[in-house]
Every structure is written in structure tokens, then in C-alpha cells.
Design a binder for this molecule. Structure first.
Ligand code: SAM
Length: 331
């Protein structure tokens, strides 16, 4: 394992992006993520303090991490999030983004932008009130759409919109979302349903393949691939040929993109994960609380990255449900 130089794994993939989950708690209960009742959350004492999170982020920055995404749970339900973004901003990252359900975003968009947040991805899986309510079980569509406008106005745009598609549930809105992208300039990203739901209802048959999504949109509005040099983003991007907007697909299930993965994750309770699907995690919280120095944190991060498997947490890209579900890992 290298002890200096870039944060590299055994396959030569250099890691420059850190996903930080700031909480495992959420104000919604989306059907593809959390159970409606009975979710148990980590006790507050087990969640990293903002000081601890900043310490790890600083070490990661020193190891060449350039971009950070905050997630959860729902990052905006954690008190003090604005100051935390300010602390991250002081560390000199190129980009500090957030994935949010936007229920609290209208109130916080301006202070977050001022603190240094650069952009937001908003999750929104239906443009119909009743279906939004059924899919997300709490919250409401009008609040989310209003918050997107506020975020754009605060300089956090163009907002990207995350849509998890469930076969037979919201796939009939693919064209509505494509029209929404064309009308608003927001980049809609269609995400394949992954086996990370707390209810354990996932099966291959309720995944809508990204290839089908593209085909359906293409029949109505021709698309062309947006080619990027050194592409590492999970979403494959397409623009409408007539120049009106852009969409993306995230095909984790049907076309994994692990070969270019540059991401590592920190869970809210202080474990480094080298993949959403990995079976192993590296514990940082308890060693930090026992008084370790930064070199120990650095070594733990380096080792976690070095031990990353070929893809989806395995040697042969087999898709297996990890022990923890999405809200506990941080999406
Ligand atoms: N609470 C925030 C939100 O709703 O965006 C951030 C956390 S959420 C876990 C991050 C992203 O993961 C969201 O875009 C959500 O739609 C997605 N997600 C959650 N469970 C998923 C699953 N089983 N398959 C695919 N995407 C999922």
C-alpha cells in the first residue's frame, strides 16, 4: 500500500471525491430507502461531531480529495449544518455539493450558499402530488418544487433532480420528467433502484433499466451523449439534440461504472466505506475518540481505499445487498 502520493486503490483508481453522511436520520420515509415505521437510528453519541467530521475531511483534503458531497439520511435535519459547510469551505475543497430531499432547503439555501455550498441535487421521484406522497410517505411536492427555485436563486443551481424509478410505479413519468428538464434547464438524473432499501423489497424485476429510459425519451426527443474528458461521474449525460436541456442516467444495476469510480464514503457514525456495496468498513470514530493522531486517520483512509474491490464491493461485480441500507450508509 502506498504511504504517500495520491489516494489510490489496488486497481490504480485515484480517489478525489468524498461523500460525507452527516446523519442517518431523515424527515421522509421514501419507499425505496427506509421502512415506514420501526427504523432505528444511531444514538447521538455514536454520530461523529462536526469537529470530528472536519478533522477527517482535513486529512482527506491532504490526501488529494478535491470534492465533497454531503448526504444522509437528510443532511438538512442536522442542526449546525450551515456552519459545518463553512468549516469545509475553509479547507479549500474545489466543490462542496449536497444531496437533499429539499424539505428544509428553501429556508437554508441562501445561508448554505453563503457558507460555501456550491450546488445541490434534489431528490424528487414524481411530479404528481398523490404519487409523491405515496412514494415518499411524508412531505409534499409543492415544497420541493418551490425549494428548487429558491436554490437556483441562491446560486446553488442549476439544480440536479434525482429520480429513482420503480417499475410499474413511476416509470410512466419518464417523459414528464424529460419535459420538466427541457422546460426548467434542470438536469434530471434517472437512477436505477438498488438493493439498498430498508424494506428489502428490491428485486431485479422492479428495476427500470437506464437503456429503456433512454429509448423512451429518444423516441420523443432525440438525444446525444455529452462526452466528457476523464469522465468519473456516476451519471452518463445526454443532451436533447434540439439544445433544450439535459438528462442523465445512473445505471448502477444494469451497467456499473466501477472502473472509473473515484469515490469514498464516510458514514455518520464514523466508518470509511470504499463502496456503497462493500461488506467491510473501516472504523474511525473509536480510534479518534481514543486520542489517535492524524497519521492513524490517514493510514486508515489509505488502507480502506487500497482494499477497494473491483466493483460493487466484490471481485467480480456481483450485486449483493450490503448489511446496512442506504440511509445508514449515505447515498
Ligand atoms: N435525504 C437526501 C435525499 O433524499 O436526497 C439524501 C440521502 S438519499 C439516501 C440520497 C439519494 O439516494 C437520493 O437521491 C435517493 O433517491 C437515493 N436512493 C435512496 N435509496 C435508494 C435505492 N434503494 N436505490 C437507488 N437510489 C436510492
Amino acid at each position: 500500500m502506498p504511504t504517500r502520493g495520491p489516494l489510490v486503490d489496488g486497481f490504480g483508481r485515484v480517489h478525489t471525491d468524498l461523500r460525507i453522511s452527516v446523519t442517518d436520520r431523515c424527515n421522509l420515509r421514501c419507499v425505496y430507502c427506509m421502512p415506514e415505521v420501526g427504523m432505528t437510528f444511531a444514538p447521538h453519541a455514536e454520530i461523529l461531531t462536526f469537529e470530528e467530521l472536519l478533522r477527517i475531511a482535513k486529512v482527506a483534503r491532504g490526501l488529494g480529495v478535491r470534492t465533497v458531497r454531503l448526504t444522509g439520511g437528510e443532511p438538512l435535519v442536522r442542526r449546525g449544518i450551515v456552519d459545518f459547510v463553512g468549516g469545509l469551505s475553509d479547507l479549500g475543497f474545489d466543490d462542496i455539493a449536497m444531496t437533499t430531499n429539499a424539505m428544509e432547503l428553501a429556508r437554508l439555501a441562501a445561508p448554505l450558499a453563503e457558507a460555501g455550498l456550491t450546488r445541490v441535487n434534489v431528490s424528487c421521484d414524481s411530479l404528481r402530488d398523490d404519487r409523491f406522497a405515496a412514494l415518499r410517505r411524508r412531505g409534499d411536492l409543492a415544497t420541493v418544487l418551490g425549494a428548487m427555485d429558491v436554490a437556483d436563486g441562491a446560486g446553488l443551481g442549476p439544480v440536479k433532480v434525482n429520480v429513482v424509478l420503480l417499475a410499474g410505479v413511476n416509470e410512466d413519468e419518464i417523459l414528464d420528467f424529460a419535459a420538466f428538464a427541457r422546460a426548467t434547464g434542470r438536469v434530471v438524473r434517472f437512477i436505477e433502484f438498488m438493493p439498498l432499501d430498508g424494506d428489502h423489497h428490491w428485486s431485479a424485476s422492479n428495476v427500470v433499466a437506464s437503456a429503456d429510459v433512454l429509448e423512451r425519451i429518444e423516441q420523443r426527443w432525440p438525444l446525444e451523449r455529452v462526452q466528457q474528458a476523464n469522465e468519473v461521474a456516476p451519471a452518463v449525460r445526454y443532451r436533447f439534440r434540439d439544445g433544450r436541456g439535459e438528462i442523465g442516467v445512473i445505471a448502477t444495476v444494469t451497467q456499473p461504472f466501477c472502473g472509473t469510480c473515484d469515490r469514498l464514503r464516510l458514514t455518520a457514525d464514523g466508518f470509511v466505506r470504499n463502496c456503497l456495496f462493500s461488506a467491510e468498513e473501516t472504523a474511525l470514530r473509536d480510534v479518534m475518540r481514543a486520542g489517535c493522531d492524524d497519521q492513524v486517520i490517514e493510514g486508515a483512509i489509505r488502507r480502506a481505499v487500497w482494499e477497494k474491490k473491483a466493483g460493487r464491493g466484490s471481485d467480480d461485480l456481483t450485486l449483493l445487498r450490503p448489511r446496512r441500507s442506504m440511509s445508514m450508509i449515505g447515498g
